[in-house]
Design a protein around this ligand. Structure first.
Ligand code: AMP
Ligand code: MN
Ligand code: MN
Ligand code: MN
Length: 278
């Protein structure tokens, strides 16, 4: 199998490495192609393109869009997008705009729980102020000793159903898929095993995703436990979807796999990169 890694973050969203450092790390791992897929922003793609050109590694322009589907937050990855497409630019701007007000509410709750100053603390860790995310709050809570690692910060405070979780309206599923398709990209449902959905809702999601023009799901991802791969392989087959593979790398010590180091996709699946390779 070719070593494609199609889901990774940089400091433009909640990753710890710059786009250049990310591309270099992936190239050292020997990837055939790497995608940068920051949350709700394409700001890192110019730097990633330049780094990839200098190193001579194939790369793919991507994004990971936050979506609200019922009361579930989904992530939809767009691959092979044109980041200058108006639908994408305007769409991403509209969802980034909500982040600041949400962060203020998270900080207020944390203050009420005896942790003052978390908005400034999280902001100090966010190189891109317009992409302030829960990950930055989590890192700040680690730095202040409130929790021992970022996972604990989500388990105790920031995760869904926890005291500092603030429900938020992101893009709708039709919007996210439309922005991706209008910018020439392929829509991929990110880490489907991570959503807390009943089996009937999972089926409904895959049906709707496909009906709206979604084409692939992540099967082998750093955000699935290896024992989840088999189930999502079956779902890809059952719903006639292409399969994607990506580390969902955020940085040293925060992600189970470095870019390009995941197990391969199951051989019977059609990889999403078959779209670009004929
Ligand atoms: P946000 O877009 O601000 O809601 O932040 C979402 C990001 O937080 C995700 O992309 C992950 O990087 C991280 N995240 C969300 N849930 C968890 C969790 N349960 N454990 C660890 N990281 C998480
Ligand atoms: Mn993230
Ligand atoms: Mn995600
Ligand atoms: Mn991600």
């Amino acid at each position: 199998m070719e070593n494609f890694d199609l889901h990774n973050h940089s400091t433009r969203s909640d990753g710890l490495l710059s786009p250049t450092q990310l591309i270099e790390l992936a190239a050292r791992a020997g990837v055939d192609a790497v995608a940068l897929t920051d949350h709700d922003t394409t700001e890192g793609l110019v730097e990633a393109a330049e780094a990839a050109r200098n190193i001579g590694v194939e790369w793919i322009a991507g994004v990971e869009i936050s979506v609200t589907w019922g009361d579930t937050t989904l992530h939809i990855v767009g691959l092979g997008i044109d980041p200058s497409a108006k639908a994408m630019v305007d769409g991403l701007q509209s969802i980034r705009d909500g982040r600041w007000g949400r962060a203020e509410r998270v900080a207020k709750i944390l203050e009420g729980l005896g942790m003052p100053g978390t908005l400034q603390g999280a902001l100090a860790l966010a190189p891109n102020e317009s992409m302030l995310s829960r990950t930055h709050f989590a890192r700040h809570l680690v730095d202040t000793g409130a929790v021992k690692d970022t996972q604990k910060a989500f388990d105790k405070y920031l995760g869904k159903g926890k005291p500092a979780y603030v429900a938020h309206q992101w893009a709708t599923l039709p919007e996210a898929i439309r922005w991706i398709r209008e910018s020439g990209g392929v829509a991929v449902l990110a880490h489907p095993g991570r959503y807390d959905l009943k089996p009937w809702a999972r089926g409904e999601l895959l049906e709707e995703f496909r009906r709206l023009g979604g084409e692939a799901i992540e099967v082998v991802t750093g955000s699935h436990r290896p024992e989840q791969y088999a189930m999502w392989k079956r779902m890809a087959e059952e719903y006639g979807l292409l399969a994607s593979r990506g580390a969902d790398y955020h940085g040293p010590g925060e992600s189970p796999y470095e870019p390009g180091k995941l197990p391969p996709l199951p051989k019977t699946l059609t990889p999403v990169w078959s779209k670009w390779r004929h």
